[in-house]
Design a protein around this ligand. Structure first.
Ligand code: AMP
Ligand code: MG
Length: 398
């Protein structure tokens, strides 16, 4: 058995990259940019009115203007230029004609007749209510830096910059095989001895939240031939995750199946609770993570080992949110192994507190869903109320 630290370092030494691809910005939410993106245009692309009013030329502004045209947003005027003492009726977003430097808002003008307006105040500055060409950004400027996870706001920026394709890291495609004779899909009708394969769906969601994609998921019976067949199929994905059947029971057939398929074992079993039987190896050049079947073990193993691996494949920084917090209760649970306990973190008067949840059995989904962090404690040591512990907060939606 190896420690969590050793296991993490073995995974980290496995260098894995799955390349980049070009995609349209409207398909790029949550994708990670693999090279700096340059704007293809100035924005705004022309001098534009910021208000409804009249575009005019230079100072002094207080005078009578002849209204020589009207420009709506998206239109232009046949007359390209305006002169001193001339004004053009414009609206928010209208493209200003040549010579127009300033917009007088309509509320400040007096219409003398159809063709003339009067503006008597002279506190207007040149350039007022005009959004100048390139005010937002200029052409050929870096608008998004390499490594950024694209937000809805970034997509708007890319589209306004006329970027048709951007280079992003490919999404790791992951197969999930949940093994166990008792398991059924969520939409199936449960018989007596059936268990819903809840971890299968939890993993699928966690993969999605880790900027990756589950491209195949299935339930496999505890039958070596079936497991081997599904494992071989799964090597079409970039990464394989299995759940269940990885311990030492009679029906735990994952490891022997992998061995028969000629996989290269990196490690099996770690001094960790939950998650002891975790296995990591390489099958036909694809990384395989085999997680124990109890849902909490599956979750903790994904969070501690697979999430950082995916983050590294995508060249992101690990954004684990680690904190030190004061225990609000005694931890009754002592193990020889490093433990990752379900906790509930809260802040009071600017101080961090964490409660260790009462039951730490690795099958308890209710406890897992109630928790918002893991309390990491080294083996053997006893922890009681008011002592400080290390916690890892779950990222949003995890
Ligand atoms: P195993 O690791 O195969 O010994 O499974 C340990 C426990 O986890 C058993 O009670 C299984 O029924 C349960 N289990 C295994 N796989 C899943 C799954 N995908 N979803 C929910 N529970 C599971
Ligand atoms: Mg099983």
């Amino acid at each position: 058995m190896i420690s969590v630290k050793q296991a993490l370092s073995i995974i980290e030494k496995f260098k894995y990259s799955i390349g980049t691809e070009y995609i349209a910005p409207n398909k790029a939410l949550g994708r990670i940019v693999s090279e700096n993106v340059l704007s293809k245009t100035d924005n705004p692309p022309f001098n534009m009115s910021a208000m409804d009013g009249y575009a005019v030329c230079n100072k002094p502004f207080n005078r009578v203007y002849k209204v020589v045209g009207e420009i709506f947003a998206g239109r232009s005027m046949s007359r390209k230029k305006i002169l001193k003492n001339e004004a053009v009726r414009v609206y928010t977003g209208s493209k200003l004609p040549q010579g127009a430097t300033t917009v007088i808002i309509q509320e400040k003008t007096k219409v003398l007749d159809n063709n003339f307006i009067l503006y008597t105040n002279n506190c207007l500055k040149i350039g007022q209510y005009v959004r100048k060409k390139g005010l937002d950004f200029k052409k050929n400027k870096t608008i998004i830096k390499k490594g950024k996870i694209l937000s809805a706001r970034d997509l708007a920026l890319l589209i306004s910059a006329n970027c048709k394709k951007i280079k992003v890291f490919k999404k790791p495609k992951i197969s999930i095989l949940s093994t166990g004779d008792e398991l059924i899909f969520s939409e199936k009708v449960k018989k007596d001895s059936n268990i819903f394969a809840s971890s299968l769906y939890m993993l699928e969601s966690l993969i999605q939240l880790s900027f990756s994609e589950c491209n195949y998921k299935t339930i496999v019976k505890d039958d070596k031939n079936k497991i081997k067949k599904e494992l071989s199929k799964a090597t079409k994905s970039d990464i394989i995750i299995t759940t269940g059947g990885v311990s030492v029971g009679k029906k735990d057939l994952i490891r022997s199946s992998l061995i028969e398929l000629g996989y290269k074992e990196k490690f099996w079993k770690i001094t960790m609770r939950p998650g002891k039987p975790l296995l990591f190896g390489i099958l036909k050049s694809k990384p395989v993570f085999s997680l124990p079947g109890n849902p909490v073990s599956t979750y903790v193993c994904f969070f501690i080992f697979i999430f950082p691996f995916l983050i590294r494949v995508l060249k992101l920084k690990n954004n684990y949110y680690k904190k030190i917090a004061k225990l609000t209760n005694n931890i009754k649970f002592i193990s020889k192994r490093e433990s990752y306990l379900r906790g509930f973190f809260c802040k009071k008067n600017n101080e961090n507190f964490v409660k260790c949840l009462s039951n730490q059995d690795s099958s308890l989904l209710n406890m897992l869903a109630t928790s918002n962090c893991l309390i990491k404690i080294p083996g053997k040591k006893k922890y009681s109320k008011n002592m400080f512990v290390e916690i890892i907060l779950f990222p949003p939606l995890f």
